[in-house]
Design a binder for this molecule. Structure first.
Ligand code: GAL
Length: 432
């Protein structure tokens, strides 16, 4: 019997159609703030009939998520969408594993609406291989304002001020600094200090050009000293000691969300971290300017140490491609950009968004990033400069120094030099 032409799809066909709208997304946004930001994207997708099937892998910084992504891909169970940033994105694109999104980029005019730095992150061999989400600033110093006000301590802007504030806090029984020995967190603090000590030009020579001579500079040794000093400010004030002694801290490998919880509750007063912390503070009901102040790490106020979050679409049998492209289009959308980044703590990737709709901390970060005169330097730890192997080796070197009180800053500098020599010069840009 002939089927009428207008027949509704049969049940299996309808479910196949629905399945094509399901996108499995592998990412590492599992904290309250990160989760809320991801949920917002999922909700916007649902309005368009797309389904975000969650594949979160816990672990700040994404070390665990990248391992799972590798495993799944090797087993032929790759997700359709994955959080792949910077050099990781490049590596996956070079292997031919990612969908090209040139059509989306063209339709949505990404070339003129996105910041050029963002556009260049998305481009590999002249093809757009990911959709952008937000720009994080790494070189932030957060201050718990309630504590600073209550104890009448001057909010610091330089290291001398930090040390003065720390000793006043300690005298009042408050642990001055929140710090974790988790490797990626240690190295995140370190790269912000390196920027402060070296300045953007030297930082650029080290991290982007991998100029071996730049690693001889005494700024590197000073950065290791700062790291040690800062970590020691995390030593808890021992109950009843009433002392202002700063000892050796042993903070242990705590999750970054625990540090944020301590900070929000006034158990610590200062925190150096990327601005995903602001997203988390927002999720805890805290507001910049009222509950906390976001300053730059001393010596870095004029610079923007950035990390750009991007979602790549993995190439499959083609059945999901229309859904993947629609998701990519949505991610670049101006309205989504504002609402997502307000929750996440990062700032929009577009040049044409109404800045006043962002909170004050975000406005500062956005304006700095948008200003062509600002030195914008890439985060090594968050994959903007080195490949996964080099990045992990760098993190490991910094981490070992932090944990070993017998290793001198000069010795740590030598280890980094040796590491850089072993990694070799920066790989040349891939040929088109
Ligand atoms: C970064 C990522 C951010 C944030 C952070 C902590 O690598 O770019 O989006 O999630 O890790 O998990």
């Amino acid at each position: 019997m002939l089927q009428p032409l207008s027949a509704a799809p049969t049940a299996p066909a309808a479910s196949a159609l629905q399945a094509n709208q399901d996108l499995n997304v592998l990412h590492w946004w599992t904290s309250a703030g990160e989760r809320a930001a991801a949920d917002l994207v999922a909700a916007r997708m649902a309005e368009q009939g797309l389904r975000w099937v969650d594949g979160a892998v816990a672990g700040g910084g994404g070390g665990g998520a990248i391992k799972v992504l590798n495993e799944r891909t090797l087993r032929g169970q790759a997700p359709q969408v994955a959080q792949l940033n910077g050099q990781a994105l490049r590596e996956w694109a070079e292997l031919g594993l990612l969908l090209r999104l040139d059509g989306v980029a063209q339709r949505r005019d990404w070339r003129s609406t996105l910041f050029p730095q963002v556009m260049s992150q998305l481009n590999v061999r002249e093809h757009v291989v990911a959709a952008p989400l937000g720009i994080h600033r790494i070189n932030n110093l957060y201050l718990n304002l309630a504590l600073f006000r209550q104890l009448k301590i001057e909010p610091p802007s330089d290291w001398a001020g930090v040390m003065r504030a720390a000793s006043a806090l300690r005298a009042a029984g408050i642990t001055p600094v929140g710090f974790s020995d988790e490797p990626w967190q240690v190295a995140t603090v370190f790269e912000a200090m390196l920027l402060g000590e070296a300045g953007p030009a030297l930082y650029q020579r080290m991290v982007v050009q991998r100029d071996l001579q730049a690693f001889d500079d005494p700024a590197l040794e000073r950065s290791f000293k700062r790291l040690r000093e800062w970590r020691n400010l995390a030593a808890p004030v021992s109950a009843g000691s009433g002392s202002n002694q700063i000892g050796n801290a042993n903070p242990g490998e705590r999750r970054w969300t625990e540090l944020v919880a301590d900070f929000a509750a006034g158990r610590t007063a200062m925190l150096i971290s990327g601005d995903w912390v602001r997203g988390e503070l927002g999720a805890l009901g805290q507001e910049g300017g009222r509950d906390f102040e976001c300053k730059a790490v001393p010596g870095t106020a004029q610079a923007h140490l950035f990390s750009i979050d991007t979602l790549a679409m993995l190439a499959g049998d083609g059945s999901k491609q229309p859904a993947q492209e629609r998701m990519a289009e949505l991610l670049g959308n101006a309205t989504l950009q504002i609402s997502y980044n307000r929750i996440k703590g990062s700032v929009p990737v577009r040049r044409d968004v109404p800045v006043d709709e962002l909170d004050l901390c975000a406005q500062r970060s956005y304006r700095l990033f948008a200003n062509p005169g600002t030195p914008r330097v890439p985060s090594l730890v968050h994959r903007m400069a080195f490949d996964e192997v080099g990045k992990n080796a760098f993190i490991e070197t910094v981490h070992r120094f932090a944990l070993d009180p017998n290793q001198t800053p000069a010795a740590a500098q030598r280890r980094l030099q040796a590491l850089l020599r072993a990694l070799g010069p920066r790989p040349p840009k891939a040929l088109p």
